[in-house]
Design a protein around this ligand. Structure first.
Ligand code: BES
Ligand code: MN
Ligand code: ZN
Length: 501
């Protein structure tokens, strides 16, 4: 993150701009702040999310920023308003944002400040590595002004917000980097750097070691590529874990650094964004890197099977059968349904850690994008309590997810003539659910939730805290889940239909 954010207890006169939040209906969030209704009317500012109006005052620019409806004011509105504020004052070197009047019935100080920091961090993100010249952004520092009595809680929210915003940046950088540079081996190098910085332990398996470990799904997808695959495993141990019974959560991320479709080649258009197909792995690496700074109190194991999916004379052919880590065999009838093949091994490895919960993230199916669009991730799984925890973490994190079912009767759709299963169903079938049902074959008896992030992993518009390109979707939800995991305890054994197993 390249904007410095601090906490202050007074609006400073030496900053170039000062921002105030205004509810719809032109009611200032901090009472006593003057809002000129004529000016607002002229600039068609009504206080809606995303709106702002600038006024020149006594040597200082004044930004009124829409906070949306008073009744629905919460962390989401704050994140959006802070993002809008950062954009409004982007040409100023320094600015302060007046948060002294946060309503009593709204979010408490720490989560409020956390959301503000996420919003500023998200909206000021730049990925300039591949431009020959980039205008440096003027905005260098922002002071968040809170009541004197709130400064301690605000500092807490600032620290947490920075940890999360930095993790989102890590994921976005990884995903935005072109496939030529973000190869499986490079991804493993970055993971090692992250591990070093964050004090994680890391194991990276190369192709030969993957063969020794019988990772037939990963190797089958990697066969057509000149770039060798990698299996990345990161582990985070919380500070207070000595001797205590600490739950373990395993995260598994799809790491296809480029998905051409393999011999079942995609169209030119279909593969334009396929450098993003390692978004799940990027989230896993970024989250592990932030566990310590975010104060996560559970053990976390992150697993990312990483490879390209390319066509060539050595590539897996439709009709080939792969034997995965847990011994189950998959007939590959379409080499473009490769995510489930590498995740089969990743999930089987996760099960071997005997975790209390497994969460996987994957840009898995176009069908999920058809069902839920570009903004909403699908969540599926075998444990209603874990799914509920993911849903509420996502709600708090401001990342929309929607629970999709895994009807056991649909398992017949992946029956193979010659192997334990095939990797696709029939055209026009329930593609997102079928992919989920295939993954379910590899999670054993563990509580498991699957996030299909094919839609929200990237965006083609600049909106609020999002910039065109990778979004880092999932980082905030998973960090929120891990931070609250202890509170919910290890999920009990509930089946997807709510019955206890
Ligand atoms: N990586 C794609 C899924 C995807 C599609 C992500 C669009 C983001 C945007 C995945 O590997 C894939 O190709 N899935 C196929 C599966 C099909 C062949 C059963 C799909 O969704 O078309
Ligand atoms: Mn594919
Ligand atoms: Zn893919």
């Amino acid at each position: 993150m390249n904007v410095e954010i601090s906490i202050a207890s007074e609006t400073r006169s030496d900053t170039a701009a000062v921002g105030h939040l205004v509810f719809e209906g032109l009611v200032p969030v901090t009472s006593g702040i003057e809002v000129d209704p004529v000016l607002c009317e002229m600039r068609s500012f009504a206080g809606k999310p995303g709106e702002y109006v600038l006024e020149t005052g006594q040597g200082q620019l004044r930004a009124l920023v829409g906070a949306g409806e008073m009744d629905s004011f919460g962390t989401k509105a704050l994140r959006r308003a802070a993002a809008t504020f950062a954009r409004a004052v982007s040409s100023c070197k320094s600015a302060c944002l007046d948060l002294t009047g946060l309503p009593e019935n709204g979010p408490s100080v720490a989560p409020a400040i956390q959301a503000v920091v996420e919003g500023i961090g998200g909206s000021t993100y730049q990925f300039g590595r591949y431009r020959s010249s980039e205008k440096p952004r003027a905005l260098g520092s922002v002071a968040l002004v809170v009541k004197e009595a709130d400064t301690v809680a605000a500092a807490e929210g600032l620290a947490r917000g920075l940890a999360i915003a930095r993790a989102v940046d890590v994921a976005r950088d990884l995903v935005n980097t072109p496939a030529a540079d973000m190869t499986p081996s490079r991804l493993a190098e970055v993971a090692s750097e992250v591990a070093q910085e964050a004090g994680l332990s890391i194991t990276v398996l190369d192709e030969e070691q993957a063969r020794a470990e019988r990772l037939g799904g990963l190797l089958g997808v990697a066969r057509g590529s000149a770039e060798p695959p990698r299996l990345i495993k990161l582990s985070y141990e919380p500070a207070q874990s000595q001797g205590a019974a600490v739950p373990t959560v395993a995260l598994v991320g799809k790491g296809i650094t480029f998905d051409s479709g393999g011999l079942s080649l995609k169209s030119g258009e279909g593969m334009m964004a396929m450098k993003d197909d390692m978004s799940g792995a990027a989230v896993v690496i970024a989250v592990l890197g932030a566990c310590k700074a975010a104060g996560v109190n559970v053990r976390v194991v992150g697993i990312a099977p990483c490879t390209e999916n390319m066509p060539s004379g050595t590539a897996t052919k439709p009709g080939d059968v792969l034997t995965t880590r847990n011994g189950k065999t998959i007939e590959v009838l379409n080499t473009d349904a490769e995510g489930r093949l590498v995740l089969a091994d990743g999930l089987a490895l996760a099960v071997e850690e005997a975790p209390d919960a497994i969460v996987d993230l994957a840009t898995l199916t176009g069908a999920c994008v058809v069902a839920l669009g570009a903004e909403v991730a699908g969540v599926m799984g075998n444990d209603s309590r874990l799914i509920g925890a993911v849903e509420s973490a996502a709600e708090r994190a401001g990342e929309p997810v929607w629970h999709l079912p895994l009807p056991q009767s649909y398992k017949k759709l992946h029956e193979s003539n010659i192997a334990d299963m095939k990797n696709i169903g029939r055209p026009g079938g329930p593609g997102a659910l079928l992919a989920g049902l295939i993954l379910e074959e590899f999670v054993g008896d563990r509580p498991w939730a699957h996030l299909d992030i094919a839609g929200p992993a990237n965006t083609d518009e600049d909106a609020f805290d999002q910039r065109k390109g990778a979004t880092g979707f999932g980082v905030r939800t998973v960090l929120e889940l891990l931070s609250s995991y202890e509170a919910i305890g290890a999920p009990a054994d509930h089946a997807a239909d709510g019955s206890v197993r």
